[in-house]
Design a protein around this ligand. Structure first.
Ligand SMILES: Cc1cc2nc3c(=O)[nH]c(=O)nc-3n(C[C@H](O)[C@H](O)[C@H](O)COP(=O)(O)O)c2cc1C
Length: 168
C-alpha cells in the first residue's frame, strides 16, 4: 500500500489548506500531513513517497519554516524515494518570482538520490518569470489562491490522479 507524507510550510494557512485537499484526494488512510515547523529528517525517512509544499514570500523566498527545514531535507536519506512538489504564489502581484520557493526546493532535491515526479504544464498561468519553470514545465503543482482559486480543486484532483500512477 502507498504511504505518503505531505510536508508543508504555511504562513497564513493557504499552503496548509492545499495540503489537506491533497490528503483528501489520496485518502487519510494512506496520506499524512505534517507541518515542517515540527518535523525532522527522521520524519521524512518514514515515507516512501513525499509531497513537499511551500509558499513564496519576500521576492522569491521560501516560506520561513521551510527555510529552516531545508537542512533536514539535505540531511535525510532520500534514496529511492519519489518526491512531488507543490507551491503557492500570486502570479499577478509577484509576476517575476511566481512560486520561486518551489523552484528552490526542486534545486535542493535535485542534488539528492530521489526521483522527482509531478511536473505540470505552464498552460493557464500568466506570470513573467518563475524559478519553478524548468525546460518549459513547472516542476510541480502551482496554486494561486489570490487569483485562480476557482481552479484549485480541479488542479489538485488532476495532479493527484497523476501521482497515484507514479508513486510506489
Ligand atoms: C509580502 C508578500 C510577499 C510575497 N511574495 C511572493 C513571491 O515572491 N512570489 C509568489 O509567487 N507569491 C508571493 N506571495 C504570495 C504568497 O505566496 C501567497 O499569498 C500564498 O498563498 C501564501 O501561502 P501561505 O499562507 O501558505 O504562506 C507573497 C505574499 C506576500 C503577502
Amino acid at each position: 500500500m502507498q504511504n505518503i507524507g505531505i510536508f508543508y510550510g504555511s504562513s497564513t494557512g493557504n499552503t496548509e489548506a492545499v495540503a489537506k485537499k491533497i490528503q483528501e484526494e489520496f485518502g487519510a488512510d494512506i496520506a499524512s500531513t505534517i507541518d515542517v515547523v515540527d518535523a525532522s529528517a527522521a520524519d521524512l525517512e518514514k515515507f516512501n513517497n513525499l509531497i513537499l509544499g511551500t509558499s513564496t514570500w519576500g521576492i522569491g523566498d521560501l516560506q520561513d519554516d521551510f527555510e529552516g527545514f531545508l537542512s533536514e531535507i539535505t540531511n535525510a536519506n532520500m534514496d529511492g524515494k519519489k518526491v512531488a512538489l507543490f507551491g503557492l504564489g500570486d502570479q499577478y502581484s509577484y509576476s517575476d518570482s511566481f512560486v520561486d520557493g518551489m523552484g528552490e526546493l526542486y534545486e535542493t532535491l535535485e542534488e539528492q538520490n530521489c526521483e522527482l515526479v509531478g511536473e505540470t504544464s505552464t498552460d493557464g498561468y500568466e506570470y513573467d518569470a518563475s524559478r519553478a519553470e524548468k525546460d518549459g514545465k513547472l516542476v510541480g503543482l502551482a496554486i494561486d489562491i489570490e487569483n485562480q482559486d476557482d481552479q484549485t480543486a480541479d488542479r489538485v484532483a488532476d495532479w493527484v490522479a497523476e501521482l497515484k500512477n507514479q508513486f510506489n
